[in-house]
Design a protein around this ligand. Sequence first.
Ligand code: RB5
Length: 149
Amino acid sequence: MTANKSVALSSDHTALELRQAIAKHIAALGWKVVDIGPTTTESTHYPKHGAAAARLVASGDCNFGIIICGTGQGIMMAANKVAGIRCGVCSDAFSARMTRQHNDANMLSLGARVIGEGLALDIVDAFLTAKFEGGRHATRVDMIEPSES
Ligand code: RB5
């Protein structure tokens, strides 16, 4: 049951079509979708879109975030700079499931130039249906802290 559960969605210009397909897919599954754009394919900058979605998740406004750029890499890096965000790039459903089960990932990053729509939707399904296992994994997740200072 996904009642009251929401997903923040954003991308850069490489992923408008894929983002729209994901929005339609997860809305049909009962998720509330908070799609923060962009709404055109005009060239834009992935860091601001990754950070904007991450802030919605970090604030608790959304339960999860799904972000997309060409490779999934740059937008993931931007999202992970926001405190409380654990975002993994996934190109397969196993990794997407495991990053929820073991890492309690709250955001998923995809590469629109890496995977096709069918695989992307499988990955999204794996991510949104998997549950964090807690226990020893919670101990390890709690150990993930900023270490740049
Ligand atoms: C845009 O050309 C591309 O650099 C961006 O979408 C992303 O792949 C960066 O990580």
